[in-house]
Design a protein around this ligand. Sequence first.
Ligand SMILES: [Mg+2]
Length: 301
Amino acid sequence: MEHGFIAWAKARAARLPQIRLGIGDDCALIAPSQTDSVVTTDSLCDGTHFILSECGPRAVGHKLVSVNLSDLASMAAEPIAVFLSLCLPRQSSGEIASEIFEGVCASCERYSVAIGGGDTNVWDGPLVVHMTAIGSAPAGGAWLRQGAQPGDAIFVTGSLGGSILGKHLDFQPRLSLARQLHPLGIVRAATDISDGLGIDLLNVTVASRCGAEIELDRVPISQAAHERSTQTGRPSIEHALGDGEDFELLLAIAADSVDRVPKQIDGVPLTRIGTFVSRTGLWSKTKRGVEQLPPRGYVHG
Ligand SMILES: [Mg+2]
């Protein structure tokens, strides 16, 4: 299957100038640039990150591109190329491969990302897909998890929770939003919300050596989180804090720049949910006062 698939994949994938040599050789050649190279990788496994029999292989390809591009967006990087590796279940491997690739191509075309190469294997296990994405950021200008300071405001994009009801397979990586926000120069630290607001915010506080106080009644709770709440009997705020796979951005904004944060970008709201503080740990601020908050993020097993 390998040779026929590679020939087909090479013909199918768009040719873009950032890749000097793409699918078909031992390595890809990437055109040099004056910027910082930004590289990320993600794996998705049938049964953990998607259920192939329910979502189908195209949606897997789409999600794989989107999770990688979300990481690039979280550092305000422009995507250049992705590299795809597939571990295909032996039965119907050819059909699954081409359907995944169609999903990857459609997503890459949407964001003008090149498919630089990849690898396919067949095995007796379930479908496992890997992707490495490379991007570029202005030298020294990428957003990092470190850099938040006590007094900085915590902002999130979009709304949170309940992604299992569909958003985890079909979301827009916040590339365009980051592209418009970056030139304002007001973001001091950032990450994307993949494991859940609690855990991802904790990651930023640890990297930035500070703590964070969330005003729970300001957290934008998605409609899906409310729906999940009726299914699970748990409060919808817990779903917003802990469900994960929202793929929204979490941002630290300098206190004196809060007024310069757009209310929305491309129709996606930016909401202030709290403040970074010097006391380490996560804290919730409600009318009852300030309490320590368990991160409650969902960690993939
Ligand atoms: Mg991330």
